[in-house]
Design a protein around this ligand. Structure first.
Ligand code: UD1
Ligand code: CA
Length: 456
């Protein structure tokens, strides 16, 4: 069956109290809309549509530029029924239609697939769930045979209807054929003056069409985000889900409620992760790695038995095995540490390769550099890679010893086995096996007096 997925995202979202369109608020580092688009794309629909409002078009276009989505505009937010009507002309005639909501971000591929499968039988299928607190949701009304005969919105509910615990998740699927006719019959005779998509259910039931339901697995999968409190709840749900997957895979977490995985974290055996670290994008961690508290690790690889001490910021980097990084290290994009490398506190590295056994232990900047094996970079050493216009390369070969407080003015090579004296500013390449240093001569001034504080 050919399928069109339509994501409704043209509502005003005023309860978010934000200038950002509601569906573009982020959960686990990704916009709600993108979560839904990704889940939908994975069922490979013939068409994937997003209904947006006139003033959110450019933001939504930008967010979805790398996806195969068709954008459709709803001119005024006249309700979910009107939103689907706006999309209708763009929908291929004989396609089944699956409606998702731009503020129900955690919907899963399996559920969308399941909905689609029910259309071999049903004319329309509603994804429902029973919840303890049903307020805010449309209630499912069943007839005495248990068939669904209507959905009643909260604002239209009688007191007894309010007690119904089975709710409409807002997610529905329509078999090819009748949707157009049903949408044309909608009216806005209700308290909000909106065209409710949910009203098509009564129309379908009254004309004897087969209305089916499937139950969502979990409440969070169909949780609707209407305000910032809800957004935080969705974030928490993902946090818990990711933590539980890690525990399941044998990772030790000091506290499963204090780890955030905003992407995919793949861990080897015997990995220990302390509290407070945020993992972003694709992060791969080898066997026996220990991650101390409070770091940000994005799109990086960490080799086996390495230790990341507390408070590090590691982005687009490759760290080999048995390395020690941190505390307080900033490992920027393009850093490659081979094995047994040490990067200590207040060290920043960028676009640099550091080979086996080398150490940069304190307060240094290593940028656009290549550092050989078993080299020691003294405290406070800086590669001066930028002349204000261009970046230049620093090459430091194997077994070099660079004293503390050295400035290496690139482009420059420090040859194998060279020693650079502390406090030098080196602007020419240094020869291997020799000591190179540059220092003014030492002066001591006799009779010099320290200034004293003037009387007021
Ligand atoms: C909707 C359902 C309700 C369901 C709940 C589940 C209707 C009438 N109600 O209520 O039964 O329990 O979702 O979360 O469908 N939208 C548009 N254009 C509009 C109005 C809304 O595109 O004119 C979009 C919104 O951007 C949003 C989605 O449709 O992504 C749902 O709209 P919202 O106003 O949040 O509906 P609810 O009151 O939550
Ligand atoms: Ca909603």
């Amino acid at each position: 069956m050919k399928t069109t997925v339509v994501i409704l995202a043209a509502g005003e979202g005023t309860r978010m109290k934000s200038n950002t369109p509601k569906s573009l608020h982020r959960v686990a580092g990704k916009s709600m809309l993108r979560h839904i688009v990704d889940a939908s794309s994975s069922i490979d629909p013939e068409q994937l549509m997003v209904v947006h409002s006139p003033n959110t078009e450019s933001a939504i276009k930008k967010e979805l530029f790398e996806t195969k989505t068709i954008l459709v505009q709803q001119n005024k937010p006249l309700g979910t029924g009107d939103a689907l009507k706006a999309a209708y002309p763009a929908i291929e005639k004989n396609n089944a239609v699956i409606v998702l909501l731009g503020d129900v971000p955690l919907i899963k591929q399996a559920t969308i697939n399941q909905l689609k499968a029910t259309l071999l039988e049903n004319q329309v299928t509603i994804l429902t769930i029973e919840v303890e607190k049903s307020e805010g949701y449309g209630r499912i009304i069943r007839d005495d045979k248990g068939l669904i005969k209507a959905i009643v919105e909260e604002s239209e509910c009688s007191e007894s209807e309010k007690n119904i615990k089975e709710i409409n998740t807002g997610i529905m699927a329509f078999a090819p054929g009748k949707l157009k006719n049903w949408l044309e019959q909608l009216d806005a005779n209700n308290k909000k003056g909106e065209y409710y998509l949910t009203d098509v259910i009564k129309i379908a039931y009254d004309e004897g069409s087969l209305v089916g339901t499937i139950r969502a697995d979990s409440e969070m999968e169909v949780f609707g985000v209407n305000d910032k409190r809800d957004l935080a709840k969705a974030e928490k749900a993902i946090r818990e889900e990711k933590a539980s997957e890690l525990l399941e895979a044998g990772v030790t977490l000091a506290d499963p409620s204090r780890i955030d995985v905003r992407g995919t974290l793949t861990c080897g055996a015997d990995v220990h992760i302390d509290i407070g670290t945020v993992f972003v994008g694709d992060v791969i961690i080898g066997d026996g790695v220990e991650i101390g508290p409070y770091s940000l690790i994005a799109d990086s690889k960490i080799g086996s038995n390495s230790k990341i001490l507390s408070h590090c910021n590691i982005e687009q980097a490759t760290i080999g095995s048995k390395c020690n990084v941190g505390p307080f290290a900033r490992v920027r994009p393009g850093t490659e540490l081979m094995s047994e490398v040490k990067i200590g506190n207040f060290v920043e590295t960028k676009k640099s390769i550091i080979r086996d056994g080398s150490k940069v232990n304190h307060l240094s900047y290593i940028g656009d550099s290549e550092i050989g094996k078993n080299t020691n970079i003294g405290a406070g050493t800086i590669t001066c890679n930028y002349d204000g216009a261009n970046k230049h390369k620093t090459i430091i070969e194997d077994n070099v010893f660079i004293g503390s407080g050295v400035e290496l003015v690139a482009p420059i090579t420090v040859e194998k086995g060279a020693t650079i004296g502390a406090g030098s500013t080196i602007s020419k390449s240094a020869e291997g096996g020799k000591l190179t240093l540059e220092r003014g001569s030492l002066k001591t001034l006799d009779g010099w007096k320290r200034p004293t504080k003037k009387e007021e």
